[in-house]
Design a protein around this ligand. Structure first.
Ligand code: KG4
Ligand code: ZN
Length: 387
């Protein structure tokens, strides 16, 4: 069952083709360079860039699928190597088949036929995300679903980040199976949430940030330090260079509260005032970056420990852009070791950030349950969509 999935929730235009948990092709056209000079995502720029790029990204994703050895080419190859081929239609001669086989490695010859034959369903991110950005993907998904008469599946972007841990490459790796329930943590630029992942498509939110997300806090700190956008990767590198020291002990917000919620805006404010009072301190940028990162991660780890104790669940899945960070991965690994548990991260780096592959994988489970969009014209974006 091949699903063509689209995600335009924020600043990446992404289209993937998936089959169950396997990714057959995934294309991500990032807008990071467009937003960099503004220090964050500018909605009007994001909308225009998605609109300009979406057709190209859909086509690239299909081309990648077309070149997958085990699909079209091998099907054709096996028909050819089996001896005289029987044309499937009047326009298909053996000569034309051989010619098209020779061309498969260079170009996609018949886009529409290929789409119609190889794609079973269309999936799209409905929310949460930037309204004007979500809109672009939804419009394209509706257009394709109508044109090719395919059923449409709407997906919550946060479900995608949770399932990203179980996404496989085209060969079906990693093989990990589902062992419910999981304690899921989503740590991205827009979200910091604890969720009990009870079974397929069954979630319970048990904690979330009351203001800024963890990635957003890192991005804002990087901006204050003049490090550019996005902040997470550059802070990780600078912190690593000084051995991830915590020389400044910035506050760890909400650690004393009994709930599993987060608040990172106070940390950002105290960082801001520290820099204001100590302007010369920007020369210590590596130590400051490292200490800020430690404050964010220490808070995440301590709250995760609380969540393990409160739920009794020691199997974790962690998804979202921030879990690309090796320091955070190591801290999570040590934590679960203490509780004889396990923690799963997305296996491939592109799966930590925004991507359509994870949306396609969720859609496969929705398709299995018959959860399709009933009235395509009525489908609308939900910028503040909950799980
Ligand atoms: O999941 P994502 O791509 O987009 C959202 O759905 O928000 O997450 C982006 C966030 C940004 O805040 C970025 O700074 C952070 O993930 N990030 C990182 C790293 N790579 C990306 N944070 C820490 N360390 C990294 N290596
Ligand atoms: Zn995301």
């Amino acid at each position: 069952m091949n699903i063509l999935a689209i995600d335009t929730s924020c600043d990446e235009t992404s289209v993937a083709v998936t089959d169950g948990r396997k990714v057959l092709s995934n294309v991500i056209y990032s807008q990071v360079l467009l937003h960099k000079k503004w220090g964050g995502v500018v909605p009007s720029i994001a909308k225009r860039a998605h609109e300009e790029r979406i057709d190209f990204v859909v086509e690239e994703s299909l081309k990648k699928l077309y070149h997958q050895k085990n699909l079209f080419t091998s099907e054709l190859a096996s028909r050819l190597s089996a001896g005289p081929v029987t044309p499937r239609s009047s326009s298909e001669s053996e000569g034309s088949l051989r010619r098209s086989f020779a061309q498969t490695s260079t170009r996609l010859t018949n886009y529409s036929d290929f789409f119609a034959n190889k794609i079973d369903y269309i999936a799209v991110t409905q929310g949460p995300g930037l309204a004007v950005a979500l809109e672009v993907g939804i419009k394209k998904a509706k257009e394709l679903a109508k044109k090719y008469q395919k059923k449409l599946i709407s997906v919550n972007h946060l479900e995608g980040h949770i399932y990203s841990v179980f996404v496989q490459n085209s060969k079906g790796n990693p093989k990990r199976d589902f062992k419910f329930p999981y304690l899921a943590l989503i740590v991205s630029g827009g979200h910091t949430e604890f969720v009990i992942f009870k079974n397929h498509l069954e979630y319970e939110i048990i904690g979330q940030t009351l203001d800024d997300a963890a990635g957003e806090a890192l991005d804002k700190a990087a901006k204050l330090l003049g490090l550019g956008y996005p902040g997470g990767p550059v802070i990780e590198r600078l912190a690593y260079e000084v051995g991830n020291v915590d020389s400044h002990s910035f506050p760890r917000p909400m650690l004393k509260s009994k709930d599993l919620n987060f608040s990172f805006s106070g940390l950002k404010t105290s960082f801001y005032y520290f820099l204001k009072k100590n302007p010369n301190k920007t020369s210590e940028v590596k130590l400051l970056a490292s200490s800020f990162q430690e404050a964010v991660f220490d808070t995440l780890i301590k709250k995760t420990e609380k969540a393990i104790k409160q739920t009794g669940i020691n199997r974790l899945v962690v998804g979202g852009g921030v879990i690309a960070n090796k320091r955070l991965r190591n801290l999570m690994r040590s934590l679960v070791k203490k509780y004889q548990g396990e923690v799963l991260f997305p296996t491939y780096k592109y799966l930590t950030g925004d991507n359509a592959a994870m949306i396609g994988v969720v859609a496969a489970y929705k398709a299995e349950k018959g959860l399709f969009v009933e009235d395509i014209d009525q489908l609308d974006r939900i910028p503040r969509m909950n799980l």
